[in-house]
Design a binder for this molecule. Structure first.
Ligand SMILES: C[S@@+](CC[C@H](N)C(=O)[O-])C[C@H]1O[C@@H](n2cnc3c(N)ncnc32)[C@H](O)[C@@H]1O
Length: 382
């Protein structure tokens, strides 16, 4: 029998209820969820009862106890549980989750030379992820030294948890010391097959009985039903989920690398003191207020800048100069994007699929820069 059918039979026997949807293999997106008939907005398309969830509570007590003196995250524990589980209890579910080779898009699995060619913001996200993984790996292997035999298997399990969990809170988690929102994690069968869309196509609600997924718009039979993993830009989607998608209405580009270079130590200190050092964002519409503040420091006297920072000056007088500087910086960034893309094409390490993903990310970045440059050029003419 097909592994998807086996998963469906198993999940249904566990109390999962599908209504007008079914999993299908979708080229380029692994498995996804399709409407099997026309669906009306507001219909509940999936119910996953609490008893089916795979959480801290389903980790065997003896295994869980061994982590009690470590600083491992819940993600790290669930990954260890996945890597160590030989019970067969989740057999049909385990059979359809992506294999090691299916997660080549995840930058954590890339060669360091290819990782170094990620946009700066993606590299920063990856550094944080790598540090978190290293902490969990250290704890997991202290408690279960056997895991050391196969770091790839643990990393794979860890990335599965990273990209397939839902937020969830229960009494056991509430009681656990030092638990943060990042730890409220659960794996759930079938629901983990929904791919991501930038608009909320299916609303996820958690109640006492479990998770319910409600269509937020009508679907035609054969349409893909997606959920929104969050309002994530492309760098985040790439590092945390291992894919790029266009269009993405939440995409954004961090301008720090071109903006910060323009400041000497004194101005950096001014920005730091005012709480405006770094995190300069360009989205599909415009640059953020932080960027406006930072660039203004280079375009007007300090007193005028302070008045703008404090909200006592609307910035109108310096807007023209700020726009000219911004245009220059965005053009400079485009040159860097082209240089980096060329490096990606030439790099001799990594798989072609990884390079294609990375090139696509640079091309998305270029598009956002180009859109803003065009509108600034237009504004300067009027
Ligand atoms: C929760 S799983 C969704 C099911 C997954 N496609 C599968 O085959 O099991 C999340 C993963 O699906 C893939 N994915 C989700 N949304 C996607 C999209 N819009 N385009 C491409 N891949 C996507 C990514 O590999 C991501 O890490």
């Amino acid at each position: 029998m097909d592994s998807l059918q086996e998963l469906l039979d198993w999940a249904t026997s566990q109390g999962v209820k599908l209504n007008g949807i079914g999993p299908e293999r979708i080229p380029g997106r692994g498995i996804g969820v399709l409407a099997t008939r026309d669906i009306q907005a507001d219909e509940i398309v999936l119910d996953v009862p609490t008893g089916c969830l795979r959480t801290l509570s389903t980790v065997p007590k003896a295994r869980l106890r061994r982590f009690s003196e470590t600083s491992i995250s819940v993600q790290g524990i669930l990954a260890a549980d996945l890597a160590l589980d030989t019970s067969g209890r989740y057999g049909p579910w385990d059979a359809v989750v992506p294999r090691v080779e299916d997660l080549t898009g995840m930058p954590l699995n890339w060669h360091a030379d290819l990782q170094a060619l990620l946009p700066r913001h993606a590299r920063e996200l990856l550094d944080k992820q790598r540090a978190k993984f290293a902490r969990d790996w250290a704890s997991a292997t202290t408690v279960f030294p056997d895991l050391k035999r196969d770091v790839d298997a643990y990393r794979h399990a860890w990335l599965l948890v990273n990209s397939r969990t839902f937020y969830y809170l229960n009494a056991a988690l509430k009681r656990r010391r030092g638990v943060t929102k990042d730890d409220h994690l659960t794996l759930q069968p079938i629901a983990d097959l929904f791919n991501h869309g930038d608009e909320d196509g299916c609303h996820v609600a958690f109640g006492r009985d479990g998770f319910a997924f409600r269509a937020t718009k009508p679907y035609k039979a054969g349409d893909e039903v997606k959920i929104c993993y969050g309002r994530h830009g492309g760098d985040f989607l790439l590092v945390e989920y291992g894919f790029v998608m266009s269009p993405n209405c939440w995409d954004e580009v961090m301008l720090d690398e071109v903006v910060l270079e323009r400041f000497d130590a004194e101005n950096k200190e001014r920005l730091e003191d005012a709480g405006f050092l770094g995190r300069y964002v360009l989205d599909r519409e415009t640059v953020c207020h932080r960027t406006q503040v930072a660039l203004r420091l280079l375009c007007c006297k300090v007193g005028e800048w302070m008045r703008f920072v404090n909200g006592n000056d609307d910035g109108e007088a310096s807007q023209g100069a700020v726009n000219v500087l911004l245009l220059e910086l965005l053009r400079e960034y485009i040159t860097r994007v082209d240089d980096e893309s060329e490096r990606v094409r030439r790099v001799e390490v990594g798989e072609q699929q990884q390079k294609d993903i990375l090139l696509e990310r640079w091309s998305q970045t270029r598009l956002l820069l180009t859109i803003r440059i065009a509108s600034l050029e237009q504004e300067s003419k009027t």
